[in-house]
Design a protein around this ligand. Structure first.
Ligand SMILES: [Zn+2]
Length: 267
């Protein structure tokens, strides 16, 4: 039985979308956790991955990353007290169509060896339509093993709480995005270390400048907007909290008023 529909947590979608919008230059990559049944895949967890190659039209999932993700699925299962498995992978298509490339279809086919319901998700962003409007598209797919062609799967984005059994298991896409920042920095540090070996003094100065510029770009284009977004969200949450407290006080006053009338009636 093939996968007929995918239920994707709105919180997870928000994390993946913001991750995709962080860079217009290269594709970004992650893995997805949840559960599968006969013809359905449910997604309530995700982890972003460090990229071994940073290119505009290519990403690769390493075997070690898959193995680490299995451990993360186990940890997530314990954390939220709900069996969670690795159910798919995700990557972005900046400035290109959402449809999977031949490389994506091959990668997906090999990942389907992990399970017949393993799915791929792609978010395309930064591309413009004929009326010059920027469009964001999402596609879920598998690869048909006979024809090697893409089979697209309908995706429904639903509230996170509808997918998890424990109300305490609140997923916060900020955790995911914080990991994204750490991985972006780790990727730059790795490239800097690689570039240092066997180079001249002048080369080292140049590489240090490139590294500084890259870190400044992460601060400017990724960390700062995220910090500002969190500040704005906190302001909105504070406002909402004060509204709820005012409503609460008003309800308490009405209850006291009613109780007072009842006591008067008894007297
Ligand atoms: Zn792709």
């Amino acid at each position: 039985m093939s996968v007929e529909r995918i239920l994707l947590s709105s919180d997870i979608f928000r994390g993946l979308l913001v991750h995709s919008l962080i860079t217009e230059q290269e594709e970004v990559l992650g893995l997805l956790f949840g559960s599968t049944s006969e013809n359905e895949v449910r997604i309530w967890g995700s982890v972003n991955l460090k990229r071994n190659c940073k290119e505009k039209d290519r990403v690769e999932v390493e075997d070690i990353q898959l193995s680490e993700a299995m451990d993360k699925a186990e940890a997530l299962s314990q954390e939220i007290n709900q069996t969670s498995t690795l159910v798919g992978w995700f990557h972005s298509h900046p400035n290109i169509t959402v449809f999977p490339s031949h490389v994506d279809l091959r990668t997906q086919l090999s990942l389907q060896s992990l399970g017949p319901r393993f799915i791929g998700l792609i978010i395309s962003c930064f591309s413009r339509d004929s009326s010059n409007l920027e469009k964001i598209n999402l596609i879920a797919f598998q690869t048909n093993s006979q024809s090697n062609k893409a089979v697209s799967i309908p995706v429904s984005i639903i509230p996170h709480a509808n997918l998890v059994t424990s109300p305490q298991s609140k997923y916060d896409s900020f955790d995911y995005l914080l990991e994204v920042q750490k991985n972006l920095l780790a990727e730059e540090q790795h490239e800097f270390q690689m570039a240092l070996s066997g180079t001249t003094d002048l080369g080292q100065v140049y590489n240090a400048s490139v590294f500084t510029l890259s870190v400044a770009k992460i601060l400017q284009k990724s960390l700062k907007p995220m910090y500002e977004f969190i500040q704005q969200k906190m302001s909105i949450d504070r406002l909402r909290l004060s509204q709820i407290q005012a409503e609460n006080a008003e309800l308490a006053r009405k209850i006291r008023e009613k109780d007072g009338k009842k006591l008067n009636a008894i007297d």
